[in-house]
Design a protein around this ligand. Structure first.
Ligand code: GLA
Length: 421
């Protein structure tokens, strides 16, 4: 009897365990089915504009409307830019129910009306919040209001949420960002989720399932080769961001739907034209989102032409989504390669110095290879044609590549081939 009783007990125990396991699996699956980030968004690096770099807290609904107008009229929309993103300082106070309200002086018509306007231009609207109690600019953050805020954004018709990391002592990034991901998912409205914790918790290791892009570095500073340390934060120039990005092997973590974010662009904000071209080329090669940071309403024709260069944008938006590899460093000259969909390659020679530098590139000396995408080309076996994406010159890989690069400039090529014999 004792044995029988024990057998029954054991059997009952096993059934109970199985039932619990099945329930857990069911609940887990049900949980997962709504708690995923929206898939199919950001299959290529997002392109748009953000208010922060140029306007900081000096923003209002008129600026956002005029920027949307300018994005259409200037041809930026046709070039692929689609998000109009409001950064910090749009918030007023929460109402009696805790719903976040826009600053009534600066956004008197409200966010729903603004989203309708932007959508009417065929564009999308982005907004900004922070995982802590307050944003970096001291406005209300989303801590403790994540589900409520996400719901409010969805009702307004928001398409993109940038989520910052100021005022978060004692908090961990992964769970905090996961809460907001779940909150956004629960609304049922697809919104791009942009993680902005400056690379501090190595987000590339966990953020692929949480967001569509994650900042890898501190804020960009509007210069090519400098760093700004005002005491409380660091601003990095273009080359400093590139170095943090290219050295850390981050490319293994990026791909369609999940990108390393090198921060918003400073093109058109005062660097030289060569520097602006290099800045955009680097961001395109490294598959970083292209979020403009200049005043689209008053940009010069040369800035507009730089930002709408179709060949460079095609490299950024290539659907293979592989981040460029730094192949060679030769003093101030560096050489980057990005495999593209369909067998093409994008190549970039960068002159970091403030003196001209000469490129003498013998194609046949080295096999061009990328372990990540498992692609290689031996130029002794195959001739590729190239086109210079900035000067529009063309050539092929049968001879050497000779070029003089101006200070702080790039030579960016698209390689197509192999040529038919
Ligand atoms: C942080 C972010 C910036 C910007 C500001 C706004 O510094 O990294 O991109 O959003 O906050 O206060």
């Amino acid at each position: 009897m004792k044995t029988k009783h024990t057998t029954h007990k054991t059997l009952f125990h096993s059934w109970a365990m199985m039932a619990v396991a099945a329930l857990t699996l069911f609940l887990g699956a049900a949980g997962n089915s709504w708690a995923q980030k929206a898939e199919g968004l950001a299959l290529t690096p997002p392109m748009g504009w953000n208010s922060w770099n140029k306007f900081a807290c000096d923003i209002d609904e008129r600026l956002i409307r005029e920027t949307a107008d300018a994005m259409v009229k200037s041809g930026m929309k046709d070039a692929g830019y689609q998000y109009v993103n409001i950064d910090d300082c749009w918030q007023g106070q929460r109402d009696a129910e805790g719903n976040i309200q826009p600053d009534a002086k600066r956004f008197p018509s409200g966010m729903k009306a603004l989203a309708d306007y932007v959508h009417g231009q065929g564009l999308k609207l982005g907004i900004y919040s922070d995982a802590g109690d307050a944003t970096c600019g001291g406005r209300p953050g989303s801590r403790g209001h994540e589900y409520q805020d996400a719901l409010v954004y969805a009702r307004w018709g928001i398409d993109y949420v940038k989520y910052d990391w100021c005022n978060t002592p004692g908090m961990s990034a992964e769970p905090a960002y996961t809460t907001m991901r779940d909150a956004i998912a629960k609304t049922g409205r697809p919104m791009v989720f942009s993680i902005c914790e400056w690379g501090m918790s190595k987000p590339w290791e966990w953020a692929g399932k949480v967001g569509h892009l994650w900042r890898t570095t501190p804020d960009i500073y509007n210069c090519f080769d400098c760093q700004f340390n005002p005491g409380f934060s660091t601003g990095l120039g273009v080359l400093r961001i590139l170095d943090k990005h290219a050295d850390a092997n981050l490319r293994n973590f990026a791909g369609p739907g999940h990108w390393n974010d090198m921060d918003m662009l400073e093109v058109g904000n005062g660097m030289s034209e060569d520097e602006d071209r290099a800045h955009l080329s680097i961001w395109a090669m490294l598959a970083s989102p292209l979020i403009l940071g200049n005043d689209l309403r008053s940009m010069s024709e040369s800035t507009r032409r730089i930002l709408t260069n179709p060949g460079v944008i095609a490299v950024s938006q290539d659907k293979l989504g592989v981040q460029a590899l730094r192949v060679l460093v030769d003093g101030p000259l560096e050489f980057y390669a990005k495999p593209l969909d369909g067998g093409d390659w994008a190549l970039m020679f960068l002159n970091r110095s403030n003196q001209p530098a000469d490129v003498h590139h013998d194609w046949k000396k080295q096999v061009l290879g990328d372990d990540l995408s498992k692609r290689s080309v031996d130029f002794k076996q195959a001739v590729y044609r190239w086109s210079d994406l900035w000067s529009k010159k063309t050539g092929d890989t049968s001879g050497k590549l000779e070029a003089r690069l101006a200070p702080h400039s790039v030579l960016m090529l698209r390689l197509t081939g192999p040529a038919k014999p």
